[in-house]
Design a protein around this ligand. Sequence first.
Ligand code: ARG
Length: 467
Amino acid sequence: MPYSKPLWSGRFKEPLSEIALKFSSSIDFDKKLYQEDIAGSIAHVEMLAATKIISSEEGRRIRTALKEIAKEIDAGHLDLSWEKEDIHLAIEQRLIQKIGSIGGKLHAGRSRNDQIALDERLYLRTAIHELQKLITQLQRVLLYHAEKYFRVIIPGYTHMQRAQPIYLSHHFLAYISMLDRDFERLSDCRKRANKLPLGAAALAGTSLPIDRNMVARKLGFDGIVENSMDAVSDRDYLIEFISVCSTIMIHLSRFAEELVLWSSQEFSFATIDDAYSTGSSIMPQKKNPDMAELVRGKTGRVFGSLTAILTIMKALPLAYNRDMQEDKIPFFDAVTTTRECLFMFSHILVHTHFNKNRFEDELKHDFLTATDVAEYLVQKGVPFREAHSATGKIVAYAVEHKKSLDQLTLKEFKHYSKNFSDDVINVLDPHKSVEHKKSAGSTSPNEVKKQIVHWTRALKNRKLSAQ
Ligand code: ARG
């Protein structure tokens, strides 16, 4: 059988030691790329035939054999153990085993350096498509909740201190906006990643008359990576992608943290269904929000992947270096973890109920409408700073006398500003506070409704990036 030694072993007198091969073998993790690798090889071989670098009969035979190999791998019939070094060599070796030395023509005009960069970019496109689908699904669940809980008032927080009344819907809609930027960031990352590196060969290009643009068109790329050194040594697309994954995870972890807090007895605001909660092995009464906690925890894992890829790439001289083989572990882990967390989060949210009346009573007795009192004075012509100071004094007075704002008399209000009159009562009710908001993007019912209408339309017409 031709080429029973490693395909690159021509200049070597001794075989690679077993421990060195084991240490450098990447097939355990890069076998994930077999479909991309074969799709890339098919496009490459079609181009080799079209440019007459190989005959069309040879091209046809290689293509057919590659398709068979894909099926063998699908069925788990191809040996992909560590001795094979990497997925590229395993497939090429199998090809040569199947069709003899014609198979050895496939690698003309390319190298594993541009081949791996191609496989990764193809894999990235699918990952982006899948993440965008999951983001959209989560946004739809959030929208469903925004409609379901429309007009439910909760305290909005700053510094984890009660600040102003807001609609729970407004809170959900904030997350829809955050996730929408993530969706766009993924599209944006794809724009720069969707260029073909293949044909850069090892680093310098090739003397063979290949047509890189033809391969780019066949594989759905928007052109080629122009500089062959850049093509084989660039991993910006992974850095950008994992950083987008990290931002998605930040967003999920913030909401996860809120669910953990809200489902505590102290808050008693959210109840996560039993099917998405776990018990304690010792404390019989416990019901824990483990799914939300795990999303929060897995965020650390994705940040770890970002740190890994940044560190692998830092200070690498041009062009390809074997260090870059290590890029796939953080890449794949970021894809899987982000995908699973987005998926799980939609399910947790569908199975979470919010206690609509939880804050009704408390809202009245808090000072959540103090800002409305200050703005009331502003509307009577008082400079905001004076209004703020007078209202602050009223709050201090109320705290001292153990009263809420709506329990104060007009006389007490007037003591701090002569501009108060009977109608101040209108701004003390948290429901009115929300209804009186006028600014664009505020928590007023009209503005919240507008956002709901906007997202209903946007999510209905949502177009995902192509795979
Ligand atoms: N397994 C290698 C990687 O993932 C493929 C490229 C190997 N190139 C080389 N010159 N050894 O980076």
